[in-house]
Design a protein around this ligand. Sequence first.
Ligand SMILES: Nc1ncnc2c1ncn2[C@@H]1O[C@H](COP(=O)(O)OP(=O)(O)OP(=O)(O)O)[C@@H](O)[C@H]1O
Ligand SMILES: [Mg+2]
Length: 650
Amino acid sequence: MTRWASRRSQLRVDAPRGLSRRLVIASALLALLMTATFLILFGAITRLRDAAALTGRSEEVLASSSRLERLIVDLETGERGYIITKDPTFLTPWETARAAVPQEAAEFRRLGTKIGGEQGKRAGQISSAVTSYLQDFSVPLVTKVQRQPGVSAAASVADGQRRVDRIRTDFDQFMGVQRRLTSRYEQHSLEASRRAMAMAGIAAVASFVLVFVFTSYLTRALVRPVRRASIMAADLARGELGVRMPETSLGEIGVLEQAFNTMARSLEMSHDKLRRVADEQAALRRVATLVARAVSPHEVFEAVAAELGRILAADFIVVNRFEPDRMETVVGSWKAEKNPEAAPPTGSCWSLEGRSLESSVERTGRPARVTDYQRATSGIGVWARTRGVRCGAGSPVVVEGRLWGVMIAFSMSEDPQPEGIEVRMTEYTELVGTAIANAESRAKLTAARARLVSASDETRRRIERDLHDGAQQRLVSLGLELRAAEGSIPDGHDVLRQRVAKTASGLSGVLEDLQEISRGLHPAILSRGGLHPAIKALARRSVVPVELDLHVARRLDERLEVAVYYIVAEAMTNATNHVDASVVRIHLHLDEDVIQMAVEDDGVGGAAVGGGSGLIGLKDRVEALGGTIDVRSPSGKGTSLQVRIPTWTA
Ligand SMILES: Nc1ncnc2c1ncn2[C@@H]1O[C@H](COP(=O)(O)OP(=O)(O)OP(=O)(O)O)[C@@H](O)[C@H]1O
Ligand SMILES: [Mg+2]
């Protein structure tokens, strides 16, 4: 059985059949009334037809009666005329009547039999009397006179007259009665036709009223609700999910209205659910974007707390980090706008001692929930109780497999928090865990880079000091000794003196070279005087002209100064070595907590980080200090280095 078929059979069982029953009853009533009307009409028409038939028969019998009477009169006057005058012309109508009488008498008898009753009997008697007069009296008399023209027949004529008078008297009586009967039949027929017309009129009006009532009922019970349902279905289709039908109709239409409302409600619920899921996904995406952009963990904590608070309709959210001494620190918090109370402040520390949601999470590493804060004794638990919090749900924050902290959603509502809230929190705590792990990895990487740069700077400084204190001092001593030796060469040894003098000046040259190398390794002027004099010294020594715009009013951390110095030095060297720049512009500006610099030349451009070790070394240095370096070198348009280094990281 298909799904629809089974649903239909279920509807057949479940749905009230009131409307169908009413429709069936109304239709049956209408059919009954129509049938009754037609039966009555049929009866009236039948009666009308019977009355008309009776009238017709009566008129026929009357007509036959008068024809027969005329024939008997013709017989009698014919025979009388012939007998008195012996004129055979009198026999012409007699002959005609004689020929017609048997047939007419039989017809009269037949019609009499048809109408029956007294009149029928009377018709039979009259018919017999006429036939008898013809056969037993008139024909023998005329025959006798024809045979014996001289015979006296005056008595017979008078007898015949008497007999015909008697028959005519019967005829008169018969026709008088029959006329009265005919008039009564006509009256009946008229009445019957009037009755039939009245019945037809009543039936037509009753049918009209019934059809009208039936149609109005159908309109009210069926058409109107169905039209209303179709309008509301159109509204629903347009997205107005709040439309509801008044559940006032009976039977199946009532069921339809209820089903429509149920459908609208479930559509609305599904729509709400979908919107909630979409909101959750959007919130997760926003947090994930923050994590991917590697913003500070603090920013991620605050964003997660706010997003989760809105999604769960919580009153407070806290993100806490577990500390080693059974303490916890609030690292992110949020409160609903309607709450006058503030959330636990970021940075505040709370004890984990006592039975609490956080200590349960800390102990088990699993989500936990508190349904009643009345007996809370832990630090955050007491805070929650005094703020009117009724229940809370917590989910652990795990960073690379180790339990790091807990995120808690507090609710002040009397209703328990929905099932599965911890699972919904898990997706956010996972993102928090990832953000923390990323931040930790980044911090480790930066520290490692900083250590490498520091180690290399330290090595350079040591070599510079060794050169300064060792090789340079010895060269200076050797130079002095050679100058002394030169002075002590006796005259006459000019060649030797010149050689020694040349060696001494060569030694000075080596010393200068060594000092230059030392400056390159670690500029002593930087340690002594700071960025200002060190950069000026660099500019002085530069082959390419340099324009300086320096705004550094104070000394900075040595690592920062060394980095800035090397950036300027490398930019100048590159401008000299790789391009035919006519000028190098150096702009340095120290703000409260960031140093910004721009080094630009007007060379051919095309510089690439990674082409040698210079620019990439600068990148390492700057990033090790938490800064950024941006190299822009479009072909033919010169090169610029834009650098920003926070001063607080150094
Ligand atoms: N100011 C500049 N103008 C044009 N091209 C440059 C500029 N600075 C560097 N370049 C190009 O970029 C490459 C990379 O520079 P980088 O300083 O990293 O290496 P290098 O100067 O070649 O070698 P190193 O600095 O290790 O002695 C260079 O080889 C050069 O081709
Ligand atoms: Mg270089």
